[in-house]
Design a protein around this ligand. Structure first.
Ligand code: TUI
Length: 315
């Protein structure tokens, strides 16, 4: 049986967290992941305070297991969503796309375990000093907003830099990824892309089909010029964005304008042409729709088999 200190820390059965994917990670997905023994996460990104509170209340109806909320630190609603997390006494808060230190004292005071996504050892050390319970070292294989380093180099360096638990993310979809993450020094994984095709995920079917059809080279990173690189599936939208980004006659404002609303168009409307389908490099390994329970079982039993057979390498 695979148990790590993450299971103890978060009071979960399996060391698997679900990423706080914008528009995708709603109460239904989060509750399904938590009911399956992992840690479900509601994305705060696309909500104002009251919309987030409604999602939290819904998740509380759907599960009595712990779940978390992700705060996207570039959100215009960051102050109000941060406050709602305190009021609703959320057991776990993860953060992304920035430095969360200004909120950490209040969250800790409210009893939340704070688990920031960190793209570097430096930020990992800083949040450890401010009382983070763990960190998520998320490599550039991930979908959405990414840092400079990739999982293979980032995870061990973050593990060396801090003494709190480290969760690996970026490019992880199955037992191979979980086993590898443990070997790098992590005590669990966060997965996003694989949960997009979960039965309980309410994302548009066009998004799910696009993930299932993706090959290894079907994602693209855009937005570097704006200071926030984002990985998404290749389509008309992302190719055009990349073209505009290299065209110096296009202003940053025009680029921002072009991107506005594209996440919602992808996830909610399934607009294959003008939507931005944020997705990790590992989409090519996602082959089948299944329940959150089956996804987590597949990942955990796959890792157990690999780890159990690892002595074959020792002569
Ligand atoms: O945040 C994510 N993934 C996301 S957020 C998002 S919405 C968005 N849309 C457009 C532009 C930007 C965001 C879509 N996907 N993952 C976690 C993550 N956090 N990846 C990288 C980081 C990160 C980067 C820099 C965390 C901290 C950080 O710190 C910089 C600093 O100020 O120290």
């Amino acid at each position: 049986m695979l148990k790590t200190k993450l299971c103890e820390l978060l009071e979960i059965e399996y060391p698997v967290m679900q990423g706080g994917m914008a528009w995708v990670a709603d109460a239904y997905l989060a509750a399904a992941v938590s009911n399956a023994g992992g840690l479900g996460i509601i994305a705060g990104m696309n909500s104002n305070g009251e919309q987030l509170r409604a999602q939290i209340r819904k998740a509380k109806e759907l599960t009595n297991k712990p779940f978390g909320v992700n705060v996207m630190l570039m959100s215009p609603f960051v102050e109000e969503t941060a406050a709602v997390i305190c009021e609703e006494k959320i057991p776990v808060v993860t953060t992304g796309a920035g430095n969360p230190t200004r909120f950490m004292a209040a969250w800790k005071e409210a009893g939340c375990k704070v688990i920031p996504v960190v793209p570097s050892a430096a930020l990992a050390k800083m949040v450890e000093r401010r009382g983070a319970s763990a960190v998520i070292a998320e490599g550039g294989e991930s979908g959405g907003h990414i840092g400079e380093l990739h999982t293979m180099a980032l995870v061990p360096q973050v593990c060396e830099a801090v003494s709190i638990p480290v969760i690996a993310a970026g490019g992880i979809v199955d037992g191979r990824g979980l086993a590898a993450a443990l070997m790098l020094g992590a005590c669990g994984v966060q997965m996003g892309t694989r949960f997009i095709v979960a039965d309980e995920c309410t994302a548009h079917d066009n998004f799910k089909e696009k993930v299932l059809a993706a090959k290894d080279i079907d994602t693209l990173v855009t937005g570097k010029r704006l200071g926030h690189p984002c990985r998404a599936l290749k389509n008309d939208f992302s190719r055009k964005f990349a073209e505009m980004e290299y065209d110096m006659t296009v202003s940053n404002e025009e680029l921002e304008q072009y991107g506005a609303g594209a996440l919602r168009r992808a996830v909610v409307e399934g607009d294959l042409k003008t939507g931005s389908f944020l997705c990790g490099e590992c989409a090519g390994m996602v082959k089948e729709k299944m329940s959150c329970r089956d996804i987590i079982q597949d990942v955990v039993t796959g890792a157990e088999a690999l780890l159990g057979g690892a002595s074959q390498w020792l002569k």
